[in-house]
Design a protein around this ligand. Structure first.
Ligand code: PRP
Length: 211
């Protein structure tokens, strides 16, 4: 019998896609959990336990080893820079990180940049050699240029609907984002057979454009 793998799953919009991918890979994961508020979900039939985490916290649970593996967006991985293995690009939750502004934007010498991703934003402008003031916000980032808090924002764009509804435009795409399977370094060694087996199963059902 295989050991139980503890999986840090992102609550919210990525969960359904992630659990559907696991099902496609042949794992018996009930759709009953798609709407649950339960935070720990034992899945003995799949030799797994899901830990339902806020997406930004997934790499922390995995780095500390309280979860063996986790599913997390590349945006969070780039921002959090945790000591974990990135095992697979799962090809789900596809979106991009962009610099966004009002449509009549003009060059600004020392712009204020609002974002949920201060490390990503700082690194991007540092590489461009541009001095900026980064303002950390926790959500509704698109408000910042609308009400005069910032000249630019750095944020995720998925469908583009939020930009459209708020009359904003993408100035530049910084990198594309998909969800990744990550692993704790010790777990990857200690539970290698189980984790590698899961990777092999998932690899067969990852959307082909990312293979
Ligand atoms: C994210 C992101 C954008 C929006 C992009 O916010 O920060 O605001 O989704 O998606 P779209 O291109 O499909 O419109 P989220 O919904 O996570 O909420 P938040 O504002 O609380 O961060």
């Amino acid at each position: 019998m295989r050991e139980t793998i503890k999986v840090a799953m992102p609550k919210g919009r990525i969960y359904k896609q992630a659990s559907a991918l696991f099902r496609a890979a042949g794992l018996p994961i009930s759709t009953d959990f798609d709407e649950t508020r339960k935070l720990i979900i034992p899945l003995p039939e799949a030799n797994m336990e899901f830990i339902m985490a806020k997406p930004v916290d997934v790499p922390t649970y995995v780095e500390y080893g309280v979860a063996d593996i986790g599913i997390v967006g590349k945006d969070v991985l780039m921002e959090e820079n945790k000591d974990v293995y990135e095992l697979l690009d799962l090809g789900i939750a596809r979106c991009r990180m962009s610099v966004i502004a009002l449509p009549n934007w003009k060059p600004v010498i020392h712009p204020r940049v609002a974002t949920k991703y201060p490390n990503v934003a700082s690194e991007y402008f540092r590489e461009l050699g541009q001095q900026v003031d980064v303002i950390k916000l926790n959500g509704s980032i698109e408000l910042a240029p609308l009400i005069g808090l910032a000249d630019r924002i750095v944020d995720m764009v998925e469908t583009g609907q939020t930009l459209k509804d708020n009359g904003l435009v993408e100035m530049e795409q910084i990198f594309s984002i998909t969800s990744r399977l990550i692993a704790n370094r010790v777990s990857y060694r200690m539970k290698n057979e189980a984790i590698q087996g899961l990777c092999d199963q998932l690899q067969k059902v990852i959307p082909t454009t990312t293979k």
